[in-house]
Design a protein around this ligand. Sequence first.
Ligand code: IMP
Length: 423
Amino acid sequence: MAVDLLLGLQWGDEGKGKIVDVLTQNYDIIARFQGGPNAGHTLEFDGIKHVLHTIPSGIFHENAVNLVGNGVVIDPVIFKKELDNLKKFDLDIKSKLLISRKAHLILPTHRLLDAASEASKGKAKIGSTLKGIGPTYMDKTGRNGIRVGDTELSNWKEKYRALANKHEAMIDFYAAKIEYDLKELETEFFAAVEVLKELTFIDSEEYLHQAQKSGKSILAEGAQGSLLDIDFGTYPYVTSSNTTAAGACTGLGVAPGKIKEVFGIFKAYATRVGSGPFPTELFDNYGETMGRVGNEFGATTGRPRRCGWLDLVALRYAVQVNGVTQLMMMKGDVLSGFDKLKICTAYEYKGKKISHLPYNIEAENVKPIYSEMKGWREDLTKMNSVEQFPTELNDYIEFLEKELEVPIKIVSVGPDRTQTIHR
Ligand code: IMP
């Protein structure tokens, strides 16, 4: 049985949580493969709005098993809060939520290191969510990390102490000084690890292998977006994991040949939180309207998101790197009422027109070249079929399909599960 992937194609916040929730009924297993609680996946159904950070977005469906894969980094403290927030839903967490033993733990000192590193960077700061993501992946690749499976060993606290001591020395090294009470943080951390240990830890690559052999369907759920990928994103203003398709292979132990559909999710416009280049960013009323109508505030940090026109140069790049087979356009409803819509189809770069993403997309290097289309006035949020779409919206969608050479199969017209139109 094949594995399907679901990925964000921009700078994150495309609405992956909603689509996983919509698609879950087609899958036996939903598996997160990278990132950590820097993500905020928002789901809305039956009048309830729920934000998940580490737990996969299939958790609310009765039959799906949810797996936190080896490529994910877990903060036990945040994980415990997520579990506490789920208590009111009366879910069978023990059998519905499985954790890979190979996933790395975010320690309190990883969060402190993130804060010290960012504060020391001054103007060059990444705009990190400060959840300890970068330092935890540094310890993973530096071969110093502590994994979920370690907590089952009797000597893991000694390993923890040695690493935390090293981190404290590193925190002192940074120019920016931060205040902290490690004892208090550790009390909270160790209590949360005990809660984590009540869950089911598994050798997830073996589990997924057997699941595939027995015909189970698997959806791999990405976090963040392709332009935040550690290799292919707008480095160094990126996150510390591979958010692109290949990350699902390393983050779950799934063989490349087993991957079938690659669902690519994008917003009908573009947003970005944190620092870094954003060629189509708007500083006018259009951008302000996108932010206000689209409620563009970070689900994890509450920070306002920067908004801009859709950038097809960047989107084409993401479609290529990921091998996207089906596209899903989110937040089409937010653009209702715009008199015109601009779509960036190429950049002016060193005096030439280019249509690929160059090494450096800082504002001084690239100038977007736009196509302009007529907007639509109609409210899309109550529509439930493509037949009801205004002509201008159909024109917009068809223009994108032609440029990207991939069909747009879903158009989302609101945050609720039901506001999802299949084409
Ligand atoms: P970090 O991964 O928290 O260190 O953040 C690195 C960069 O990625 C910052 O610009 C963050 O704003 C951005 N980022 C991290 N996670 C998300 C996400 O889930 N959505 C959008 N941006 C994110």
